[in-house]
Write a protein that binds this ligand. Structure first.
Ligand SMILES: NC(=O)c1ccc[n+]([C@@H]2O[C@H](COP(=O)([O-])OP(=O)(O)OC[C@H]3O[C@@H](n4cnc5c(N)ncnc54)[C@H](O)[C@@H]3O)[C@@H](O)[C@H]2O)c1
Length: 359
């Protein structure tokens, strides 16, 4: 388990002034609507290096100042920044924002290496700022129900887990997600990071020891599978469309991760399964299986919750205005990234790799 830092005292913030950096898909679809729906916050500044993306977001927040450079946005009177830029931009933007004294809500992955995330976390802690990775799925009903089930002891000691993020024909088409310099990684870093986060959160973040992994491009550079979201530039596709890894934890348990953007597999979706001594738990289906005198299957039900992105934004807002700790602590994001880095390294070197320990 990763210990959390002491609670931060509440700041003098009333209506939070928020800047959004990166105004593409997720900003316009999730972050800006979530901020606009919060009475205690206002989006007052927008930034994108792409004029069309900035213009499109500006229509949803007509009064917001617009910037082409995040450093200029950070000079504005802001309390917090929602970072929705491409993965590789998360670290420089978040670091500059923290140094400028802004609280940071950042899209996943919080950084493209554990070292980046640890650097951000140290600055956030030193300055008493909230730093949160946007793992919105933790805030949805099925995740809450699964976590409550684990905390109630219905799963028991977890000796193995599966985490899967499988799509058949949904490779991203955006350069920011398929070009290594911008994305940092492919299906694993884009989707796997969500499934891994959920499994680790439900397992209470055991310390990872070593990983054996494999990544590949099986379809994205050829023409056999047509993209459901349209065509991408196959000549510039430089990340993986498939990845898998076996993680060994210091407590003896294991986790199998499988991620794909493309393929012929029958199963699709994001999910995880915990193999526990008391029961087997599946997320997000919310099923708990156990084998005693007979085999039973219990449905956990899913408490209703607002749209997960909105719930996550609300939790971040609460942490900033009421002084709580980050709803998704950077230490957890760093632990996940250390596993994924070791997985990529293992795939490159063809051998099992030690997972660097994180704070
Ligand atoms: N949590 C989720 O479920 C979820 C869903 C989708 C995307 N995401 C994440 O959100 C991020 C953005 O993804 P997207 O799908 O919106 O991509 P996108 O390409 O639509 O948007 C990214 C935007 O960032 C801009 N940008 C890049 N570098 C910048 C910089 N230095 N300064 C300012 N703007 C910059 C780009 O011009 C682009 O408009 C990614 O990190 C992705 O992993 C998360």
């Amino acid at each position: 388990m990763i210990s959390s830092r002491a609670s931060r005292p509440a700041g003098p913030v009333s209506a939070l002034r928020v800047g959004v950096v990166g105004t593409g898909f997720v900003a316009r679809r999730a972050h800006i609507p979530a901020w606009n729906a919060l009475p205690g916050a206002r989006v007052t500044a927008l930034c994108d290096i792409d004029a069309a993306a900035l213009e499109a977001a500006g229509r949803a927040v007509p009064g917001a100042a617009r910037f082409a450079d995040y450093r200029a946005l950070l000079d504005a009177d802001l309390d917090a920044v929602s970072i929705c830029a491409s993965n590789a931009a998360h670290f420089p933007v978040a670091l500059a924002a923290l140094h400028a004294g802004k609280h940071v809500l950042c899209e996943k992955p919080l950084g493209i290496s554990a070292a980046e995330i640890v650097s951000l976390g140290e600055v956030a802690d030193a300055r008493g700022l909230v730093l949160m990775a946007q793992h919105q799925l933790r805030f949805a009903g099925p995740a809450r129900a699964a976590r409550a089930c684990v905390l109630a002891g219905k799963v028991g000691r977890v000796y193995h887990a599966r985490a899967r993020a499988l799509r058949r024909d949904r490779a991203p088409t955006l350069p920011g997600l398929i070009e290594r310099d911008l994305a940092g990684g492919g299906a694993i870093l884009d989707l796997g990071v969500h499934a891994l986060d959920m499994a680790l959160w439900l397992m209470d973040f055991p310390r990872a020891a070593r990983v054996s992994g494999s990544v590949g491009v099986n379809f994205a550079r050829g023409g056999r599978i047509a993209g459901h979201w349209g065509e991408w530039d196959r000549s510039r596709f430089s990340v993986e469309d498939f990845g898998t890894g076996l993680v060994h934890f210091e407590n003896g348990s294991t986790l199998m991760l499988e991620c794909a953007w493309l393929g012929h597999h029958g199963e699709e979706g994001l999910g995880c399964e915990l193999f526990g001594e008391a029961g087997n738990l599946r997320w997000p289906s919310g099923e708990l299986f156990s084998q005693g005198a007979s085999f039973t299957r219990e449905s956990l039900g899913a408490p209703g919750v607002e749209e997960p992105h909105a719930a996550a934004v609300r939790a971040f807002h609460r942490a900033v205005t009421e002084g709580g700790e980050s709803p998704v602590p950077w230490r957890e994001a760093a632990a996940s990234l250390a596993i994924l880095e070791a997985l990529y390294a293992s795939a490159r070197e063809g051998r099992e790799m030690r997972v660097e320990s994180t704070p």
